[in-house]
Each structure stands twice: as C-alpha cells, then as structure tokens.
Design a protein around this ligand. Sequence first.
Ligand code: BTN
Length: 260
Amino acid sequence: MSIIKNLDLEYISSKINDSKRIIILEEIDSTNNYIKQLYQSDYNNEMIVIAESQTSGRGRLGRNFLSNKDSGIYMSYLIKPRLTLTDAAKITVLSCVAICVAIEKLTSVIPQIKWVNDIYINNKKVCGILTEAKTVKDKQIPEYIVIGVGINCYKQNFGIDLENIATSIEDETNKVISRNDLIAEIINNIDSYIKNDIDVIDEYIKHSFIIGKMVEIKQFDKSFMAKVLGITSDAKLLVESLSGEVLELSTGEISRVVIK
Ligand code: BTN
C-alpha cells in the first residue's frame, strides 16, 4: 500500500482518540498566530490547526521557522489542561517526548532531543517546538497553552543558511512517512500523557544527546562554554562552566554542541 502524503482531515479525525476540532489550511502566516486569534474571536475550546505552508512560521527567540509547502507538519495544538503554571512548563518536555515516540513508531529510528525543545536525527534538526501560554492575571492556571510543532518530513531545499543544520525525516531514515499518521500519533501521545499524568522526564533524558558534551550556551546577550552534567527532574539543564561553577539553567539555549 502506498503512503498518502497529502493531509487528510477525515483520516486524522478518525485516528485521534478524543475528538476535537481540526482545521487544515493551505497557507497561513503562522498556525500559532491563527489558532490564538480564532480562540479569541470565535472558538474557545481545544483544537488543532495544521497548514500546508507558513509564510512567517515562528521559532523560539524570535527566529523564523522555514515552512516549505507540502514538506512538513506545521501544526498548533491548543489545549486547556487544568495545570498550575509550574506544571504547564512541563508541556514542552512532554511534547518533545510525544514527538520522539511518534517518529520512532513510524520510522523505527530513535530521534534525539537537544535541550530544551529541538529534535534531532543524526546531529541535524528535524523538529522544533514553540509553546505559548495565555495566562490570566492572579490566576494560577493558564487559560490555554498552544503547542506549535514544526517537523521537516520530506526532502526539500533548506537553503544555504540551514542546509548544514536542518534535515528531514525522509533524508535521515529513507522513509516517506504519512503526515496524517504522525500527526495522530503525536496528538494521542500528548493527550494520553496529560490525561494519565505520566511523568516523561526519564524518557526525555534517555533521548537527550547532550549529556557529557561540551556546549555553547546562549543566555540573553551572552554566550559561554560549559559541560552538560545532566538534566534535573524538572527539566533544568545542569552544567559546569569552564571556571568549575555548577549552574542549573531554566532559560537560554544550546547554540552549539561540540561533537568529538
Ligand atoms: C523552533 O525551532 O524554535 C520552534 C519552531 C516551531 C515551529 C512551529 S510550526 C507550527 C507553529 N507555528 C509557528 O509559527 N511556529 C510553530
């Protein structure tokens, strides 16, 4: 049976365990922007928005996320979990694991996580996650959380700036997977982890490829080299700086991993 590459609303709906509104768009600036606007104006419930392409896909720290037409999954999942703000921070970690497990199920290749929310195969990035929450003044529970997921699925032109750092699932696994199946797997994994209150930190650590490595850490406007000692149970990065200082980081990102 040949794999269906096209996005298929009915098929995805039939595979998702808990039914919810799903919207598929041909093109949009950013599915995260769209879903937040729709929530404000029209539909204040859980939903999923998927686009065939994005003209201004957003990444973390104000970066762009390349969203070539028909080449990947550009999806936002708006959830309304009854989590405290502290627990809401775990949604990014939980989403990373949900995506790794789903990719592994479809390709038999085990992806790896670069703290905090990038997914790699063979030392190149295949997926980024941008989680955004709406908080309500004086309330301890966020009104909603948007999990924005960008996955490079098929071979495509990444352009000169990205060709050495980005890749696709097809490039690395030689498999042309069904985006419909991958989307359904990811949503079902996220839902099941939240509903059953599953702690995914051990899986997150198992998939991490930076422990024991020298990395460059970018925090605000400064960068420094450090050795990664581990990841704590609340997903903070434990590092030792070149001067021997041990730090626990909850912000910033790893801008370079020194691979020996
Ligand atoms: C990153 O790599 O820094 C995060 C990238 C997140 C991209 C996804 S694609 C769907 C959703 N809509 C956006 O504008 N961004 C996220």
